[in-house]
Design a protein around this ligand. Structure first.
Ligand SMILES: NC(=O)c1ccc[n+]([C@@H]2O[C@H](COP(=O)([O-])OP(=O)(O)OC[C@H]3O[C@@H](n4cnc5c(N)ncnc54)[C@H](OP(=O)(O)O)[C@@H]3O)[C@@H](O)[C@H]2O)c1
Length: 282
């Protein structure tokens, strides 16, 4: 991370992010992520889409994994039109992820990029908000499969590629109800607790080697389709946008890399709260 005006990223192609960049405390060189390969799950919409566009805008080759091909194609076209990076689309329903698909994904990342420098586990299934006594068992399985089991399978199957990076970053996207459960959040809350455990495990196992940094990030209430589904009566205008969180997402992905001056210190295994971070940096 650097702060000179000459190297500040020109984000004219991305006005929504440029508007936020002007108030960031930390500034990132326009090539801060150049040469890095980053996989973002749920990259077709919401926070994942914004994260993918942001990382590409700072030079990363982004692998866009998501459920709906047409949404991924829109993000792919935007990245191709506005950056000099090489995006890749991976249409995939994580609820049906199997080890053969993970192996094929790992092989194609190895062939195209050689290693993986970032893995953002962002995709998530909300599931119904009903009491446990009425929670449909098949829906419980799908939520756990998407939000936890698929994350485990990707961490396992992509580990060797992450380990080839000198400075890899894995972000697990959590939630407030994954740190303190609330009634009716069902499998979503349980899955986010499990994700926090997985994040701590992975951080502890990789800490000594030191080249893979693992975090969990709770975005907190953010203006997306999932938030609308969870709180249909809420006025979205009161919420931060995904772009509001991109200073944190960039700081995590760039930490200890190309750093000069303003170092943001993160500790592997750390639990972060994006809305607290936003307040403290504004
Ligand atoms: N927004 C908030 O207020 C908030 C608060 C706390 C935590 N979070 C967390 O932040 C992350 C991003 O949420 P968001 O608000 O950006 O949600 P979003 O706008 O609904 O986007 C979620 C993305 O995940 C994809 N996805 C869902 N199920 C999938 C599956 N089975 N396989 C592959 N992709 C799948 C969706 O694909 P399709 O579009 O094709 O369905 C979508 O692109 C989630 O982990 C969520 O739990 C959000």
């Amino acid at each position: 991370m650097t702060q000179t005006n000459e190297t500040a990223n020109n984000l004219n192609h991305y006005p929504g992010l440029a508007a936020k960049q002007s108030s960031w405390q930390h500034h990132f060189q326009s090539d801060a992520l150049q040469g890095k390969t980053i996989l973002v799950t749920g990259a077709g919409d919401g926070i994942g889409c914004t994260t993918a566009k942001t990382y590409a805008s700072f030079g990363a080759n982004v692998i866009l994994l998501g459920r709906t091909r047409s949404k991924l194609e829109v993000v792919f076209d935007w990245i191709e039109a506005h950056t000099k990076t090489t995006p890749v689309i991976v249409p995939c329903d994580l609820a049906n992820l199997d080890s053969e698909t993970v192996e094929n994904l790992a092989n194609s990342i190895a062939d195209s990029f050689g290693q993986l420098d970032g893995l953002v586990h962002n995709a998530s299934r909300l599931g119904p908000k009903v009491p446990i006594a009425h929670y449909p068992a098949d829906e419980w399985q799908k939520v756990m499969q998407t939000n936890v089991n698929a994350v485990f399978m990707l961490n396992k199957g992509l580990f060797e590629l992450l380990d080839k990076s000198e400075n890899a970053c894995v972000i697990h996207t959590s939630s407030s109800v994954g740190r303190e459960a609330r009634a009716y959040w069902g499998a979503y809350a349980a899955s986010k607790f499990a994700l926090e455990g997985l994040s701590q495990l992975f951080a502890d196992e990789t800490e000594n080697a030191g080249n893979i940094h693992v975090y969990s990030v709770n975005p907190g209430g953010t203006r997306t389709a999932m938030r609308k589904e969870a709180y249909p009566l809420e006025d979205p205008a009161i919420l931060p946008t995904p772009e509001d969180h991109m200073e944190l997402y960039l700081a995590l992905m760039c930490a200890s890399d190309r750093v000069s001056g303003n170092v943001v210190a993160f500790t592997t295994g750390q639990q972060l709260d994006a809305r607290n971070w936003l307040q403290s940096s504004s």
